[in-house]
Design a protein around this ligand. Structure first.
Ligand code: PMP
Ligand code: GLU
Length: 397
C-alpha cells in the first residue's frame, strides 16, 4: 500500500514471529507440527509468580504505573543486578520496559541518528538490524563463523569501528548460536572500546541464566565501560514469562532518562499486573530457574547427539540459550525429486512441509548456511522431531 511510510515498507518481518505463526496456523488445521521455531521456555510460569499477579489484581494494581515501572520492581532489579552481577545502579538508571525487545528498541531509538553506524556481530538476533533501520541507522555487520566459535575478536571489532560508530550490540549467551563470551573475551573487547569513548554497548543479557559454562559475565562489569553500557535483561526466558512482557534496561542516567521520555510518548509504563509478577520473580530464589537450566542442558546434549548423528550437518556446541544453529549448506543443490534446496529458507520450508517441524531459516539471523532449531520443548518431542528431520534429509540426493 503506497500510503505506508518508507520506514515500514523497507522493514523485514520478524522471521521468528512469522515462523511461529505459520506453525500455529498449520497446527490449527490439524497438521502434526512440532514447533521448534520460537524461542520460549515450554515450562509454565512458576506458581508463586502467578500468585503475585493474582494478588496484584485483587489489590487493584490495575491503574497506570509510573513510566519507569513501580518502585518495588525498580528496587528488585537493582537488587538482582547487585547480587547476580555485582553491579551498582541507582533507581534513576533503571527503566522497566515491555519486554527486552522494547528495551533494545528504546536504546537504539534514543541513541541512533540518521547515518550513525551500529556494529552488529552475525549471526545476530532477528530484530537488531530492523530496529537500527527503523532509527535510520546503518548496520555494520561483523560476520563470524565456527572458527571463532561465532564470536567476534578484538581485531574484528577494531576493524569495524569508524568515526561514525555509535554503538555495538552484543548478545551473550547468543541467540541464535548459543555462544557465550567469557570474562576474558569481554575484557579484550573492552580494551578496544576504551579507546573509543563515544561508542555505547547494548548488552543483551536476556539468556544470562541459561548458561552451561558457569557464571555470566557482562560488559558492564568493567569499570571503564559501565557508563557506556545499556544492560538489557528481563524475565521472559529465565522465569518462563514470555507472555507477561516485562524487560528492563540499566544505563547511564542521561540515557535512561531519554528512554523514559520516549516510552512516555509511546507505551507508558508496562502492564501493572505483570510488573508485580516480575517483582515476585526477581525477589524469589533461583531454584526453579536452576531446574529449568538443567533441563535445557540435558536437551542441549540430546540435540548435540542428533547433530552429530545426522549426516551432512555441522554444528557448534552451544554454551547457553536454548538453540542449535546447524550449518546445513551441504544440502544445497540437492532435491527430494520435487523440491530443490538452495538456501536456508528452502531448508526451513522443506522441513516444515516434509518433516512437519518448524525451524527458522538462518537468513534472518545473518547466516544463510544455517537453520535455527529451538530446543525449549520436551525431550520426547525433540527425539521425534530429530528423527523426522533425519529421514527428510536422507531423501535429499
Ligand atoms: N533478545 C534476544 C536475544 C531474544 O532472543 C529475545 C527473545 N524474545 C529478546 C531479546 C526479547 O525478549 P522479550 O521477550 O523480553 O522481549
Ligand atoms: N526471542 C525469541 C526468538 O528468537 C522469541 C521471538 C522473538 O521475539 O523474536 O525466537
Amino acid at each position: 500500500m503506497d500510503l505506508l511510510s518508507s520506514r515500514i515498507s523497507v522493514m523485514a518481518e520478524s522471521a521468528t514471529v512469522a515462523m511461529n505463526l505459520k506453525s500455529s496456523e498449520l497446527k490449527a488445521m490439524g497438521v502434526d507440527i512440532i514447533n521448534l521455531s520460537v524461542g520460549e521456555p515450554d515450562f509454565p510460569t512458576p506458581q508463586y509468580i502467578k500468585d503475585a499477579a493474582i494478588k496484584a489484581m485483587e489489590q487493584n494494581y490495575t491503574f497506570y504505573s509510573p513510566v519507569q515501572g513501580y518502585p518495588d520492581l525498580v528496587q528488585a532489579i537493582i537488587k538482582k543486578l547487585k547480587s547476580d552481577n555485582q553491579l551498582e545502579y541507582q533507581p534513576s538508571q533503571i527503566l522497566v520496559t515491555v519486554g527486552a525487545k522494547h528495551a533494545i528498541a528504546n536504546a537504539i531509538l534514543a541513541l541512533v541518528d540518521e547515518g550513525d553506524e551500529v556494529i552488529v556481530p552475525a549471526p545476530y538476533w532477528v530484530s537488531y538490524m530492523e530496529q537500527v533501520r527503523l532509527a535510520n541507522g546503518v548496520n555494520v555487520v561483523i560476520n563470524t563463523g565456527l572458527d571463532t566459535g561465532y564470536k567476534i575478536t578484538a581485531e574484528m571489532l577494531a576493524k569495524a569501528i569508524t568515526p561514525k560508530t555509535k554503538a555495538l550490540i552484543l548478545c551473550s549467551p547468543s541467540n541464535p548460536t548459543g555462544a557465550v563470551y567469557s570474562y576474558n573475551e569481554l575484557k579484550l573487547l573492552a580494551n578496544v572500546l576504551i579507546k573509543h569513548p563515544r561508542i555505547m554497548v547494548i548488552a543483551d543479557e536476556i539468556y544470562e541464566h541459561i548458561s552451561f559454562v558457569g557464571k555470566h559475565s557482562s560488559m558492564a562489569q568493567f569499570p571503564e565501560m559501565k557508563d557506556r553500557v545499556v544492560l538489557v535483561n528481563g524475565v521472559s526466558k529465565a522465569f518462563a514469562m514470555t507472555g507477561w512482557r516485562i524487560g528492563y534496561l540499566a544505563a547511564p542516567q542521561w540515557l535512561t532518562k531519554a528512554c523514559n521520555k520516549l516510552q512516555g510518548q509511546i507505551t507508558t509504563g508496562a502492564c501493572s499486573i505483570a510488573q508485580k509478577a516480575a517483582v515476585a520473580a526477581l525477589n524469589g530464589d533461583l531454584t526453579l530457574v536452576e531446574s529449568m537450566r538443567l533441563a535445557f542442558l540435558r536437551r542441549r546434549d540430546l540435540m548435540m547427539n542428533w547433530m552429530n548423528k545426522i549426516d551432512g550437518i555441522i554444528c557448534n556446541i552451544p554454551d547457553g540459550a536454548f538453540y542449535v544453529f546447524p550449518d546445513i549448506s551441504s544440502f544445497f543443490g540437492k532435491s527430494d525429486g520435487v523440491f530443490t534446496i538452495n538456501n536456508s529458507d528452502d531448508m526451513a520450508l522443506y522441513l516444515l512441509e516434509n518433516a512437519h517441524i518448524a525451524t527458522v531459516a538462518g537468513s534472518g539471523f545473518g547466516n544463510d548456511n544455517c537453520i535455527r532449531i529451538a530446543y525449549a520443548t520436551d525431550d520426547q518431542q525433540l527425539d521425534i522431531a530429530m528423527n523426522r528431520m533425519q529421514s527428510a534429509l536422507l531423501r535429499l540426493k
